[in-house]
Ligand binder design. Structure first.
Ligand code: GDP
Ligand code: GDP
Length: 451
């Protein structure tokens, strides 16, 4: 169990090789990610897709590399790198007609270092136009290339077959759903993440009520375990996800810092609710924000454990809470209203409030709003604040539906709805969050045109 929800397939390559064309060809349902915050702009496109018989999240990195080749390395490190690091499989696209360029070789070398499962896709190969490109692609030493034409839909069968081989058969991913329907208990998958020394192990020990894990002042001390099933004080089933066992190996190879990021990402992917442990004496530093942002990207519900509260003098506690609230609002507006539980993992004070906050976030994350209620709400929200004019004409938004939960994902249908300004989409997302009590839960909103 505790399988990851769906594999992530990232499409990478230099500009103009046809990444977006391939993305559009494979995508079924577009998930436009709406962020509340201008700083965290949408830097990549994601869609649900079925590739190689698997339900996957497809990520298009087009636009992340629109720099001249000399500076590609610099541009790649942000968005593409994140996409590749989070991907289970990478489709590396080259232009079979143009042949290999230095930029392709650069990408190839970079991907080789990354060591992710990968398929080299030689695009624009319709009508055998790319025979030369295919031969060159072999020479990259990244495995047998697949020749396709994204534009004309040729060679996709072979691509699906290759992806199926690499991703393997689908897990029994409906097993949990079936169990829930059969009245069996569905555990909540919880990850406890945070910077080294924030107090993760101490908190986990406290929650589990026994010394299952080692603690100590040393960052990244070795410990074992994967997922620990556990009954919370009210008897509900929780699986505590912990991938820290990886650290043992990392220590030996001296790759501790790098791996602990990978480990955090892995935990996030496995979890449904994420508890981010902050050190109350140094709350919300860059690394904390990065972890929270990743959790949001992964679509997880987030609860903050403001740890080491015992070290904050009582007279300073109000100010400390306000400071944190301000920083959260400034840096993580897309998770607005996120629950914050001040506690001391060391003394146990306040820890009893954490688990109820986690279940509340879980319930919000699982929320399904009935379509009728949702549309009554939608009409009122639009009446309160009508969509703006675009090119002198008002956009008509007709209908909203919740496509899925976990996290709550909504689709709005309307004419020319794809032109809806981000600011208006943010208004709707915030209103959904406030009116349906989805604080601390990522909300996905996508827009679809009607003919
Ligand atoms: P991206 O920047 O890598 O995402 O590339 P695009 O998907 O925007 O495609 C770049 C150009 O290549 C566009 O003009 C596409 O129409 C064209 N293109 C994409 N796929 C194919 C293909 O299979 N064959 C041909 N001949 N052109 C293609
Ligand atoms: P991890 O690296 O995040 O797993 O952090 P640990 O659980 O190993 O804790 C790091 C250090 O902080 C240890 O010395 C703990 O005893 C200490 N610590 C953890 N929680 C608290 C707390 O609530 N209050 C205080 N004062 N110290 C704590």
């Amino acid at each position: 169990m505790a399988e990851r929800p769906r594999p992530v397939v990232a499409i990478v390559g230099r500009p103009n090789v046809g990444k977006s064309t391939l993305f559009n060809r494979l995508a079924r349902r577009r998930l436009a990610i709406v962020h509340d915050q201008p700083g965290v702009t949408r830097d990549r496109k994601e869609a649900e897709a079925i590739v190689g018989g698997r339900d996957v999240t497809l990520v298009d990195t087009a636009g992340l590399e629109e720099a001249p080749p000399e500076t590609i390395a610099g541009r790649m490190t942000a968005g593409s790198e994140r996409a590749v690091d989070q991907a289970d499989l990478v489709l590396f696209v080259i232009d079979g007609r143009a042949g290999l360029t230095p930029a392709d070789e650069h990408f190839a070398a970079w991907l080789r270092r990354k060591g992710r499962p990968l398929v080299v896709v030689v695009n624009k190969a319709e009508g055998r136009a790319a025979a030369g490109g295919v031969a060159e692609a072999y020479a990259l030493g990244l495995g047998e290339p697949v020749a396709i034409s994204a534009e004309h839909g040729e060679g996709l069968g072979e691509l699906h077959a290759r992806v199926a081989e690499l991703l393997g058969p689908p897990p029994e991913d409906d097993a949990e759903e079936a169990e829930a329907q059969a009245g069996r208990e569905r555990p909540l998958r919880l990850a406890v993440v945070g910077r080294p020394n924030a107090g993760k192990s101490t908190l986990v020990n406290r929650l589990l009520g026994e010394e299952r894990m080692l603690t100590g002042p040393e960052p990244g001390i070795t410990r074992d375990s994967v997922a620990t099933p556990w009954r919370d004080p009210e008897g509900r089933l929780v699986r505590l996800v912990d991938t820290a066992g990886l650290r043992k190996r990392a220590r030996v190879t001296g790759e501790l810092e790098r791996l602990s990021t990978a480990e955090t990402i892995r935990s996030l992917k496995e979890a449904e609710v994420v508890v981010l442990v902050l050190d109350a004496l140094a709350p919300l530093e860059g690394q904390d924000i990065a972890i929270a942002t990743l959790a949001e990207r992964e679509g997880r519900a987030l609860v903050i454990a403001l740890n080491k509260w015992d070290l904050v003098p009582i007279a300073e506690r109000d100010a400390a809470r306000r400071l944190l609230a301000d920083r959260l609002e400034a840096s993580l507006a897309q998770l607005r209203g996120m629950p914050v539980v001040p506690l001391s993992a060391l003394t146990g004070a306040g820890v009893e409030k954490l688990v109820p906050a986690v279940w509340k976030a879980y319930d919000a994350w699982n929320t399904r709003v009935p379509t009728g209620e949702l549309n009554r709400w939608f009409e009122a929200a639009i009446a309160r604040h009508p969509p703006p004019l675009v090119d002198g004409r008002r956009l008509k938004l007709r209908y909203i539906t919740q496509a899925k939960a976990r996290p709550p994902t909504f689709v709005i249908f309307g004419t020319r709805s794809e032109l809806l300004p981000d600011a208006y989409a943010r208004y709707l997302v915030n209103a959904i969050r406030d009116d349906f009590g989805l604080q601390g839960v990522p909300i996905r909103l996508s827009l679809r045109g009607t003919k």
